[in-house]
Design a protein around this ligand. Structure first.
Ligand SMILES: Nc1ncnc2c1ncn2[C@@H]1O[C@H](COP(=O)(O)OP(=O)(O)OP(=O)(O)O)[C@@H](O)[C@H]1O
Length: 335
């Protein structure tokens, strides 16, 4: 369905030398530097999948999305979506995709939402009967009813996001690109948006590429992620695979009867471990010990803890995706 092969995008950036003299010099003799925003990325997305496309700031995500949606021309490499090369036949291609950029709206600010949809119906030449059915479906999934007659500028951020998603789906695209669809929304609204995305994907088999910094979006919606960093792909696989790749990391959480007793625990010395293999921290009376079970067993960590300090409550957790990804972004670990 979506096929990206060795995509590259280079930008020329003018380097300005410091001071006024530098500004004048770069005006007449600009010094240019090549930025490799996307540096040979390949991946495929089968029909009906929700792919999480993630990476730290500046990794090259938006540039990839812009090439996939036909806004930017790759420097080299190619992409094909539904058998079409986006840059070759943009007019027809845009009928097959829906795009939502969370940070800006594609709706007309002063038009009531209903009128906006009527305009989009004409642009995409959606037949009347299909349009009625479509609006009924989008209304049900995204609950547009209460604000469909309001001008876009009066909508709350959550309403606007629902309205934007509906607008991008009006022409029943097979592929939906969502760039930060939950940014700035409160928890309840985030949940509504996630449920709607899930429903659209399930009921219509829409393929979704989701870019987000909110890792809960990923955990709740995506079976697979492609992670990029500095223009290169660093991970492509399922969430469970990501967990496996990390060995079996566990976290022992416990509540101390007497918080200062924490200093009595010296896991590193007791088990001859490095900071990478085990980390221990305390926040008030709550302590957290994260360790690799390939290096030390759960039983040993628990029994050493219980025999050294008084514990009120204890809980063992498996590794959380959010934690793995945060550590990957901070480059504390690599895959
Ligand atoms: N038009 C441009 N001209 C020059 N450099 C650019 C241009 N667009 C992007 N870049 C550079 O390319 C790199 C990748 O940018 P991109 O916006 O694709 O990253 P991103 O992963 O989407 O980041 P974020 O999560 O912050 O949105 C960055 O170093 C950025 O400065």
């Amino acid at each position: 369905m979506i096929y990206a092969d060795n995509l590259r995008k280079e930008f020329k950036k003018i380097i300005k030398e410091p001071g006024l003299k530098g500004s004048v010099k770069s005006l007449f003799h600009p010094k240019k530097e090549i930025v490799k925003a996307v540096d040979g990325i390949s991946f495929e997305v089968p029909k009906g999948e929700i792919l999480g496309f993630i990476g730290p700031n500046g990794a090259g995500k938006s540039t990839v999305i812009k090439m996939l949606t036909g806004i930017l021309m790759p420097t080299s490499g190619m992409c094909r979506i539904n058998g079409k090369i986006p840059q070759e036949d943009r007019k027809n291609y845009v009928r097959e995709i829906g795009v939502v950029f969370g940070q800006r709206t594609q709706l007309w600010w002063d038009l009531a939402l209903r009128e906006t949809y009527a305009v989009l119906k004409e642009i995409y030449q959606v037949p009347d009967d299909q349009y009625q059915k479509r609006m009924a479906f989008l209304n049900e999934v995204l609950e547009l009813d209460s604000f469909i007659t309001s001008p876009v500028r009066t909508l709350s951020l959550g309403q606007r996001m629902r309205a934007d998603i509906a607008a991008s789906l009006l022409h029943s695209p097979k592929v939906l690109f969502l760039d930060e669809p939950t940014i700035g929304l409160d928890v309840v609204v985030k949940d509504n948006i996630r449920n709607a995305i899930m429903k659209i994907n399930k009921e219509e088999g829409t393929t979704v590429i989701l870019t987000t910094h909110d890792l809960a979006d990923i955990e709740l919606l995506c079976e697979r992620i492609v992670m990029i960093d500095k223009g290169k792909k660093v991970f492509d696989g399922g969430l469970s695979e990501l967990k496996r790749n990390f060995g079996d990391v566990r976290t022992l959480e416990f509540e101390l009867v007497n918080a200062p007793d924490f200093k009595l625990l010296d896991y590193h010395r007791r088990f001859h471990l490095t900071e990478d293999e085990l980390s221990a921290e305390r926040d008030g009376s709550l302590a957290r010990v994260r360790f690799d079970t390939a290096k030390v067993s759960v039983e040993d960590v628990v029994s050493y803890t219980l025999s050294t300090v008084h514990v009120k409550d204890l809980n063992i957790k498996g590794v959380e995706i959010e934690e793995i990804i945060k550590r990957l972004y901070r480059r504390e670990v690599s895959l």
